[in-house]
Write a protein that binds this ligand. Structure first.
Ligand SMILES: [Zn+2]
Length: 65
């Protein structure tokens, strides 16, 4: 896993998507491609460990607590 840059640095996805689709990451508050097609509530730095633990899709419901 690569080391995330400082939170003041926008996620690379924020630099390549339309400006109106940029929002703040739900995890670390850095700018990321949050809205619209291909967007995510989390920047790639926050998403990486989540995907590593849960697979491709994040599952919010777990009935076996
Ligand atoms: Zn983040």
């Amino acid at each position: 896993m690569t080391t995330a840059p400082p939170r003041t640095e926008p996620d690379p996805s924020a630099l390549t998507c339309p400006g109106d689709r940029v929002g703040l990451c739900s995890g670390c508050q850095r700018k990321t491609h949050k809205y619209g097609s291909g967007g995510s509530l989390l920047c790639q730095w926050c998403m990486a460990p989540v995907q590593a633990g849960w697979g491709t899709f994040v599952r919010y419901v777990n009935t076996r607590v």
